[in-house]
Ligand binder design. Structure first.
Ligand code: HEC
Length: 172
């Protein structure tokens, strides 16, 4: 009788191992899917046009300049949050940069015709750069790594200023 009980226990353990193995297999498959999906998403962001970028965002009744003022408030909020060590303030400030709507008039129309194509390229590449910094800033804030948040914020604002040095004087 004892032997049979032992055998049943043995079988149960083996079954449990099979089950765990199956779970691990399922998990690794789904992780692979996530990785694949992300690389597809990245390709999309790289190959899309400025028109698709604007279409992908909520349109709002505002000018490009008004959008810039929102980005300005976002960075100010992040900077204050760093000084106050208020991580929610940093997360919400970077959220303003990450989730901003698009102006209802195509942004490239603020440039002269001959500059519009190049400005579209800047819009596309800087959108990815700003989003990545904003995401990193929020992540580091969650970890309360203030020095790293500050470093990334410097880099974020630096990319704003680089784009300004390229384009602000060309606005018609
Ligand atoms: C794709 C290029 C580009 C990027 C990136 C960019 N800006 Fe701008 N920004 C402009 C242009 C062009 C203007 C001038 C708009 C105008 O005069 O109509 C401007 C103007 C501004 C202004 C002044 C608005 C006013 O009322 O005169 C602020 C503030 C501003 N940007 C903040 C930011 C911040 C903060 C970031 C980064 C988080 C940023 N910008 C990123 C192109 C850019």
């Amino acid at each position: 009788m004892l032997k049979i009980k032992k055998l049943i226990l043995h079988e149960k353990i083996i079954l449990a191992w099979y089950f765990l193995f199956f779970l691990a297999l399922l998990n690794s498959c789904s992780q692979e899917k996530v990785v694949k999906n992300e690389s597809i998403k990245n390709e999309k962001t790289v190959t899309r046009t400025a028109e698709q970028l604007v279409d992908s965002k909520k349109n709002a009744e505002m000018s490009y300049r008004e959008l810039m003022n929102i980005l300005g408030s976002g960075t100010t909020m992040v900077q204050l949050g760093i000084l106050m060590e208020n991580k929610q303030m940093i997360i919400e400030g970077s959220g303003l940069i990450l989730n901003h709507a698009a102006p209802n008039e195509d942004p490239w129309l603020i440039m002269n015709k001959q500059d519009q194509e190049e400005f579209k390229n800047s819009l596309l590449s800087y959108d990815i750069i700003l989003d990545n910094y904003a995401r990193e800033i929020a992540e580091k804030a969650k970890e309360e790594d203030w020095l790293e948040v500050n470093k990334k914020t410097y880099e974020l604002i630096n990319s704003c200023v680089v784009c300004h040095s390229l384009w602000r004087h060309k606005v018609k």
